[in-house]
Ligand binder design. Sequence first.
Ligand code: CTP
Ligand code: CA
Length: 224
Amino acid sequence: LAAGFETGRLAGLRVLVTAGPTREAIDPVRYVSNRSSGRMGYAVAAAAREAGARVTLVSGPVALDGPPGIERVMVETAEEMRAAVRAQLPGCDIFIGAAAVADYRPAQAAAQKLKKRDANLSLDLVRNPDILAEVAQGEPRPFTVGFAAETGDLDANARTKRMQKSLDLIAANLVGPGLGFDAEDNALTLYWEGGSESLPRQSKPQLARELIAIVAQRFHDASS
Ligand code: CTP
Ligand code: CA
């Protein structure tokens, strides 16, 4: 594997990666979010850079430094992430959506801090745009890679997600206590048209290198 990186399998290519969670404001001090640490996406960006690509990372709020040699754009909400991705998309050869984008946001962020009153409180939530699906179905279309975070049937859910979003490749991982989200290690199963490969549990940086090696191979196969 190391040999592939020495030859720079992504040399001359532009790679755009999303990473981290998004935060959707409830009021000036509260938000809806998730347990994503950003580590997988940051490792993917670093591995793409190691493989010789020019990398831009669009990141939600995380406690990580920007990897060296990578342009980083910080965002907070899904809508900001979508705008940043759109701005970076021209000239991009490969898009990798590793962010844990919040599926819903509060219909309206309250201008003032909400006061507690009743015993129960309901929040009205509306769907966020699917950034990955928009990239995959847009024009011009880069080679498009998504992630799938699942707690149930990994294989069936990931295959369905790949087809529904028209992705070239999907990297699926089980999530739960100590697994995937906010964990040191991860394991991935990759699915593409006519193939799949399981990458066993290992550190996220190492896993990201293996993922990038396969992405590079699929990219070059697809464009030859
Ligand atoms: N994604 C995205 N924009 C969203 C939601 C998800 O770009 N609004 C991307 C993620 O970055 C990931 C992929 O879509 O690459 C799959 O995310 P996931 O949460 O597993 O799937 P969803 O399509 O959101 O479906 P669900 O959460 O219902 O399983
Ligand atoms: Ca989701």
